[in-house]
Design a protein. Structure first.
Length: 359
């Protein structure tokens, strides 16, 4: 059996790091890895392949950035060419990026079965590009691998229950594999940045709603500076571009407690996240990682695809209004337990078996 796996962005590299080794260890399976090049910065791509020991891509389309239509169209063209050459039995896609959508559309138009990892996840907000990508990908896929019961229920409501399988979340698989190494990296990472464990906030921002709206971005940064805590800010390339273009960098330099650093590798990021006072983010993946770690998370976004993380206050949704944001990041550590909503850490093996069985 030949499977073409399509990746293109940081969250997909992390998920593939859990699934690809299982597929490649399965007798009779050959995996071809196709990288669209959606994330092309070394800190957003190469570092994950090196650290997580993901096999080097058999194909790299080098698509780069662009508008949604331009980027998706170029991906469709490149992916189709590869699929016509390789003639796989399955195409495997992850998550909700333009790479996901392009991979699914290219495959289904060539009558190649599609398997979607992280199916059924919904924000219920069609203004979000990722929501459109999820909905369309689920509609054209033959196997829908759901990370949570909520995702299964969403697909049931959409009439897709016949294709849905509850597997658990592959990000939990990888987290459990790396848990001890993450702990080992924590002390040196904290020492290098001259931080105090349990006292700093770890911040990630990349969504256009927050970083393309400069007054909104400045409001967020102002509140963080006024929190009185050390701020560690691994800056996404898109966010960095806007910060430099609008001279917000000088604004942040007003505080000696602000650490603006390049994007971090998987393990190094989680090492800092584990010992943070809290995490501030607009990333869906980071919300889950915070929940796995037991670190309080504040999400600057109107909604979340992961309602499970809101349980017992481990994650809260806020607008970038200063008082609300300060209240959220300063809240006490939640006392409620975190459940097993994301599975048992065996999602990758479940996925491999289902693909091999064709159902």
């Amino acid at each position: 059996m030949k499977i073409v796996t399509i990746v293109g962005a940081r969250p997909q590299f992390i998920k593939a790091a859990a699934v690809s080794p299982v597929l490649r260890a399965t007798e009779g399976v050959k995996e071809i890895l196709l990288h669209t090049g959606q994330h092309y910065d070394a800190n957003m791509s190469d570092v994950f392949f090196e650290e997580l020991k993901i096999p080097m891509p058999d194909y790299n389309l080098g698509i780069g950035s662009g508008t949604h239509g331009e980027q998706t169209g170029r991906m469709l063209e490149g992916i189709e060419e590869v699929l016509l050459k390789e003639k796989p039995d399955w195409v495997l896609v992850y998550g909700d990026t333009n790479s996901t959508l392009a991979g699914a559309l290219a495959a289904v138009k060539l009558h190649i079965p599609v398997a979607h990892v992280e199916a059924g996840v919904r924000n219920f907000d069609r203004r979000i590009p990722e929501e459109i990508n999820r909905i369309v990908t689920d509609r054209v896929s033959d196997l829908l691998f759901c990370p949570t019961v909520t995702a299964v229920e969403n697909l049931n409501k959409e009439g897709l229950s016949a294709f849905a399988h509850l597997t658990g979340d592959v990000m939990l698989d990888l987290f459990l594999i790396w848990e001890q190494e993450i702990e080992n990296l924590a002390e040196p990472a904290i020492r290098e940045l001259e931080l105090k464990a349990g006292e700093y906030l770890l911040v990630t921002l990349h969504r256009p709603l927050n970083v393309d709206n400069i007054p909104r971005l400045k409001s967020i940064l102002t509140a963080l500076l006024e929190s009185g805590r050390q701020i560690v800010f691994p800056v996404h390339p898109r966010t960095y571009k806007n910060i430099m273009k609008n001279e917000l960098g000088k604004f942040m330099e007003q505080s000696p407690n602000f650490r603006q650093i390049p994007p971090l590798s998987y393990a190094r990021f989680l090492a800092l996240a584990k010992h943070a006072y809290g995490i501030v983010t607009d990333s869906g993946g980071v919300q889950k990682e915070a929940y796995f770690l037991g670190t309080p998370c504040t999400t600057i976004f109107p909604n979340t695809p992961w309602p499970e993380t809101l349980k017992s206050g481990w994650n809260v949704l806020v607008e970038p209004e200063k008082e609300s944001l300060l209240k959220a990041v300063g809240r006490r550590r939640p006392e409620g337990e975190r459940g097993a909503e994301f599975g048992k850490g065996d999602a990758a093996s479940r996925i491999a078996k289902l693909i091999c069985n064709g159902r």
